[in-house]
Ligand binder design. Sequence first.
Ligand code: G3P
Ligand code: CA
Length: 243
Amino acid sequence: MMFPAIIGHRGVPHLAPENTMASFKLALESGADGLETDVQMTKDGELVLIHDELLERTTDGTGLVATHTLGELRALDAGGWFSPEFKGERIPTLREFLEFVSGRDLLVNIEIKSGVVLYPGIEQELIALLRAYGVTENVIISSFNHYSLVACKEIDGAIKTGILYMCGMVNPWVYAKSIGADALHPLFYSVRSETIGGMKDSGLLINPYTVDAPRDMRNMIGLGVDSIITNYCDVLRRIKDGD
Ligand code: G3P
Ligand code: CA
């Protein structure tokens, strides 16, 4: 694989409804080298892939993910909001996703969501499933909740973690190393000629998000990042291939 790797953010969400199996499959067909997704926990302790804590934007349900059972969530439509073609897409379970990626030569970035709702025990359950499906080597667990990343490392020191952060952190690589992280997942604005040297010298992986404009993609390629997390993996593929 030529670097930087192309990571499809929630799949390829301009072509298929985000965080659905249809979107993950289409992302790979569109040239992604890997997939990013968001994990949350149901009321009955199952792990599901959905970005928002609330169901309204990307399903025909209402209320919090956390107050629904897996059975209730699986009855929802997660594709019709995007277009009639995708009506009937379901909120994927993490198991379904891991079954799909298992055995493929793919990078996988699983973000533990952190917002208003906390999911006690999500790190343990996530790592147990990664092990069960033999998907640990190519995975980076990321989160804006860095306590979650520390918890992952306590469970399994070999699991790779990446700190998600926006702008304004001074020497984030020093901090990232202090919590045992393997990767920096910065908002791409903070990857610049002034900061790239420190990032690279740290030896940490540099995986900026969410890089959607061709000019920014070219800039990230020029700075030598390891992966680019993008909503437009098809566009980045064409740029990388020089088309
Ligand atoms: O992994 C980068 C990105 O996914 C973080 O933000 O809100 O799109 O999940 P968000
Ligand atoms: Ca995410």
